[in-house]
Design a protein around this ligand. Structure first.
Ligand code: ZN
Length: 161
């Protein structure tokens, strides 16, 4: 079965930055399963995998726009320490879940901590980076009706409901 919209795809991948450093990989552990055509993975990787068969390998290098987007410096902002919850111990690298003024939820990482303020960065940690994927397709199957309704894969033993 070929990879196409509404197929569940299991892959093994290695992700390297433009400097050749491994950023992420799942070789030798659980395959990553995603639902094709639903934005579960970055757009450039999704288009590179279209039409591939189980057993095929794909190498693809993506510009930031085809990956996690360019960095947006407007998403970097300071918060006075006095506005933080009293029990919070801010540390560089900590990820926070925030409510934006418009009410939507965003994830931001603490980029800097000083006596008076912390600096938050709402960019994806891989924004602005070139992504180099080596992928092996391990499995391609039709999605179930439930998976299509939810827009993501249901793996046995991983019940998120
Ligand atoms: Zn679901």
């Amino acid at each position: 079965m070929k990879i196409d919209k509404d197929r569940v795809v299991g892959i093994e991948y290695t992700l390297k930055g433009d400097d050749g450093e491994v950023i992420d990989e799942n070789v030798g552990s659980e395959p990553l399963h995603y639902l094709h055509g639903h934005g579960n993975i970055v757009p450039g990787l999704e288009s590179a995998l279209l039409g591939k068969l189980s057993g095929e390998s794909v190498s693809v290098s993506l510009d930031p726009e085809q990956g996690y987007g360019e960095r947006d410096e407007k998403l970097v902002f300071g918060v006075p320490r006095k506005e933080l919850p009293d029990d919070m111990e801010p540390e560089v690298g900590l990820m926070l879940r925030l409510q934006s003024p418009s009410g939507s939820e965003m994830i931001a990482q603490i980029a800097k901590v000083t006596e008076e303020a912390i600096t938050l960065d709402g960019n994806h940690p891989l924004a602005g980076q070139g992504l180099n994927f080596e992928v092996k397709v391990l499995e391609v199957r039709a999605a179930s009706a439930d998976e299509l309704t939810h827009g993501h894969v249901h793996t046995p033993g991983h019940d998120h409901h």
